[in-house]
Design a protein around this ligand. Structure first.
Ligand SMILES: Cc1cc2nc3c(=O)[nH]c(=O)nc-3n(C[C@H](O)[C@H](O)[C@H](O)COP(=O)(O)OP(=O)(O)OC[C@H]3O[C@@H](n4cnc5c(N)ncnc54)[C@H](O)[C@@H]3O)c2cc1C
Length: 480
């Protein structure tokens, strides 16, 4: 039997005038970039050049690839080409949850790579350790909070799942009733599960700018406003054509996320899905006090349409709260358009849902509301491609969990381009590719129908209907 979730009930009871008031004046722009001065603007590529390695895409994946390439071989001439500005896309728009998993969680690894769970978990943990060590080594201050993630059961049926998780994993701690409220003062759940080893939360734009600065320091040549338009073989290497110029390079790493893939074989592998977030104005001391949340862990719930929440310290040292997730919107024809970065109905829902989790913030104003594109693939974690006889490597498909996994992808792309046989390149994660998505007009109704079925499962105590079970049987289903 279906019944409305607590969030849906709250939506029905919400006062539209109060939602208007909360969102009135909210800037429709990512909080992170608005809060921190962007600094350097790099010139576009002009004319013909040469390089040992060209990296295409200036998000986390491209920045890590360029940085690691220089660390591995300081003499290598590395050029990073970015179509717009470094970090303007997903890397500068995300929630900043930096989790070790390379497979979008253990349950998803069990479905897709059951023989490699332990190896991939260890590689994911090592990757996160190396990421944090890099921040320390170069003095990058990305406001890291190393307290893991608290997952809360906002529906009673979810409590059994949290108990199961905690029983299977010694680093998880169940928080019941008062114990939960001691950590995070929410009336929305009676049970929480504190996954102490589930990584860190950080400020993503400070990480972008830090990586950008280190790349420059190590001698990476960065070009912004430089869209790569084509690749072709050129003697022993590749010719990379871009707006304004071209580069002859020995090797090319493609880190273009869900934007149009430069390799034809990758065009059907991902679909762009939009995720949204809002940030509050600075919390008053009384509002801040009312939350508890002294350790500032990441916070998520357990629905298929899940939320993520966290505290932020802004540039002025004031604390704010971010809530994101829930809606995940796909637009017909794999469209990527700036206007899709904003979804007013989603922003309104997030205001209401924030009130469910923290009713004590009633009346708080939202200062920023935005969204961004996620490169969703059918297995929900990254895949790798090589082309042109090993001269080109590509990584994409992070599906909303790429803050840490993009660093691992940088290592893998360099292993592949350098012809290195490593533990990483031997994994099925690297060797095996996911199913492609179907073309239109099939993709849009199929994705929309799947999203509706996931919402239905949320209303049916998590029970998955025939469609979701069929997808699961074909290893195409996702269960958050
Ligand atoms: C709202 C939102 C919230 C998220 N929250 C989280 C989270 O909390 N934790 C988490 O782990 N992940 C999260 N993610 C996902 C995470 O942000 C991404 O997985 C990660 O940033 C991907 O990095 P990237 O470098 O692959 O992509 P991007 O940051 O998108 O960078 C790709 C770059 O390639 C450039 N490009 C594309 N085509 C070309 C071309 N032809 N020539 C030149 N340049 C090109 C683009 O301009 C872009 O700058 C979230 C994403 C969004 C949108």
């Amino acid at each position: 039997m279906q019944h409305q979730t607590n969030y849906e009930i709250a939506e029905q009871q919400a006062d539209p005038v109060a939602i208007d008031a909360a969102l009135e004046g909210a800037r429709r722009t990512p909080f992170w970039e608005d809060d921190q001065p962007r600094g350097a603007h790099f010139s576009a590529l002009s004319g013909n050049e040469t390089a040992d390695l060209v990296v295409v895409g200036g998000g986390f994946a491209g920045l890590w690839t360029a940085l690691l390439a220089k660390e591995r071989d300081p003499g290598r001439d590395v050029v990073l080409l970015e179509a717009e500005r470094i970090g303007w896309a997903a890397s500068g728009r995300n929630g900043g949850f930096c989790e070790p998993s390379l497979t979008h969680g253990r349950a998803n690894a069990k479905v897709h790579l059951p023989g490699e769970i332990e190896t991939l978990e260890r590689l994911g943990e090592e990757n996160l350790e190396a990421l944090l060590a890099t921040l320390t080594r170069y003095g990058i201050d990305a406001d890291v909070v190393d307290q893991g993630v608290v997952k809360i059961a906002t529906e009673r049926y979810q409590e059994a799942y949290l108990e199961e998780m905690a029983a299977a994993e010694p680093t998880m701690r169940l928080l019941r009733g008062e114990e939960l409220r001691q950590e995070i003062n929410t009336p929305a759940a009676q049970l929480g599960n504190w996954a102490t080893a589930d990584g860190v939360v950080l400020n993503p734009i400070k990480l972008v700018y830090g990586l950008r600065e280190v790349c420059e320091r190590l001698g990476v040549r960065i070009c912004e406003d430089t869209r790569v338009t084509g690749l072709r073989r050129d003697g022993d290497g590749m010719r990379v054509s871009a707006q304004g110029g071209a580069i002859s390079a020995r090797r090319v790493a493609l880190a273009t996320n869900g934007f149009k893939a430069l390799l034809a074989r990758d065009r059907w592998m991902t679909v762009p899905v939009y995720d949204y977030a809002i940030v509050t104005e600075p919390l008053t001391p009384a509002q801040r006090e009312s939350l508890g949340w002294k350790k500032r862990q990441g916070l998520t719930d357990l629905n298929n349409r899940f939320h993520y929440l966290r505290l932020i310290t802004d540039a002025a040292g004031q604390e704010r709260l971010l809530i994101g997730g829930y809606d995940a919107l796909y637009h017909f024809g794999r469209k990527v358009r700036p206007e899709q970065d904003y979804s007013e109905p989603t922003f309104r829902r997030l205001v209401v849902h924030l009130g469910v989790i923290f009713p004590q913030l009633n009346g708080i104003k939202i200062s920023h509301a935005w969204g961004g594109m996620i490169d969703t693939c059918t297995r929900f974690f990254s895949f790798f491609t090589t082309a042109h006889g090993g001269r080109v490597a590509a990584a994409a498909g992070f599906t909303g969990l790429g803050v840490a996994a993009t660093r691992f992808a940088g290592e893998v792309m360099l292993d592949l381009l350098d012809g290195k046989d490593t533990e990483r390149t031997r994994t099925q994660l690297v060797k095996k590719r996911p199913f492609p998505f179907p073309p239109e007009p099939i993709a849009w109704p199929a994705i929309r129908f799947t999203a509706a079925q996931m919402a239905r499962a949320d209303r049916s105590e998590g029970k998955r209907g025939v469609w979701l079970r069929t997808l699961d049987a074909f290893k195409l289903g996702f269960d958050s």
